[in-house]
Design a protein around this ligand. Structure first.
Ligand code: SF4
Length: 366
């Protein structure tokens, strides 16, 4: 659609260069940055503190917003799920989760995903495209504006989790740029220690993140305690098997500073990875690598046509007790928004399916 520059994806320095190239004074860069990120304005018309002539030029050469909300679902527990679309008509899913002392926004780093985790609907879309830094940041702006109103102060802190569609570490540079933009005190001011990025296990990137000073918290999606089972559930394991992954995790854990978090995620699939033996294997694996990170047990969100069901509450509890009996800290994540297509990728998959049905119908009509 657009050759225009998306200003949401630019840092203050880049915005300053952009406006000075237009012949404007440098301070306009900071002013526009604050309008986009602190006041969360989504159009240049609303930036009434800019001269009209400048707003006209900006409209011609740039854009303040590229994502639009295609549909929104609100759960009885307050969770809101958004299906957004990019300027080139690709789906982006974002979730807002209110909690007592803070809000959490789960963002996507890619439209679709190239990895083939068998418990995930997004996998079935394949990779449509990696998102730009601006498209990552816009998801947060849109969710906050929807919940609190454009430009309104948010009453609680905002935590971010990069656990939506896509593998964040396969869109590494855009992710880091987006996190830098969001951490600006003159903008959203969501600092890296308020952000958790979840990876399926892109080992070289885990090692790289271990070297970055201002980095987000890290979560590793494990899903299985043996290579045999993990190869099946998360085929990326064939490239970086458990021993290699956990060695990188240990390197990362050794660099942890106070206040930083490192966790494992374990999705609980009934009859697949949730037996007492699996729990013992998982504990032994983590203990063998001398990893102290907590394990988050995540109830699976069932969705057609995924072949799995969630483990029962009793099974999850027993799994947790076995981990703890072997010295591994475990936590059971509360399911949220179960009544609104809670599975990651469900909205996008429905949309793609609807598009497919619409195409089929229009072909029948021809
Ligand atoms: S679970 Fe995450 S990494 Fe795996 S296919 Fe789904 S979106 Fe991609």
């Amino acid at each position: 659609m657009t050759e225009k520059t998306s200003l949401v994806g630019l840092s203050i320095a880049e915005l300053t260069s952009f406006v000075t190239a237009l012949g404007e004074p440098a301070y306009r860069g900071k002013q526009i940055f604050a309008a986009l990120h602190q006041r969360r304005l989504r159009s240049f018309e609303e930036m009434t503190d800019l001269p009209k002539a400048l707003r006209d030029v900006l409209n011609e050469k740039a854009t303040a917003a590229t994502l639009i909300v295609e549909s929104k679902y609100q759960s009885t527990d307050g969770t809101r799920r958004y299906l957004m679309k990019t300027h080139d008509d690709l789906p982006v899913e974002t979730v807002f989760i209110p909690e007592e002392r803070r809000d959490t926004i789960c963002f996507s780093s890619q439209s679709g995903c190239p990895l083939q985790c068998t418990f995930c609907l997004t996998a079935q879309l394949g990779l449509l495209r990696s998102l730009t830094p601006g498209e990552i940041v816009e998801q947060i702006i849109i969710a906050l504006n929807d919940v609190y109103g454009a430009g309104e102060k948010t009453p609680r802190g905002t935590n971010l989790v990069g656990m939506g569609a896509g593998e964040p570490f396969l869109n590494f540079d855009s992710l880091l740029n987006a996190l830098r933009i969001m951490s600006e005190p003159q903008g959203l001011f969501i600092v890296p220690h308020r952000v958790t990025v979840s990876t399926a296990g892109i080992v070289p990137r885990i090692r790289e993140v271990a070297q970055i000073p201002d980095r987000p918290n890290l979560a590793i999606s494990l899903a299985a305690p043996t290579n045999e089972l993990r190869d099946e559930l998360m085929p990326i394991n064939k490239k970086w098997p458990l021993e290699e992954l956990l060695a990188a995790c240990k390197e990362f854990e050794e660099t942890l500073k106070p206040g930083e978090h490192f966790t494992f995620e374990y999705v609980m699939l009934a009859g697949k990875n949730d037996s007492e033996e699996h729990a013992r294997q998982l504990a032994n694996l983590l203990n063998r690598h001398e990893l102290h990170a907590k394990v988050n047990l995540i109830p699976h969100n069932p969705a057609e046509p995924l072949p799995y069901q969630p483990s029962s509450a009793d099974t999850v509890e027993r799994f947790k007790l076995i981990l703890e009996s072997k010295g591994v800290h475990a936590y059971i994540r509360k399911p949220r928004g179960r009544d609104i297509f809670a599975a990651c990728g469900q909205l996008a998959a429905r949309r793609e399916n609807n598009n497919f049905q619409a195409i089929k119908q229009s072909m029948v009509a021809l």
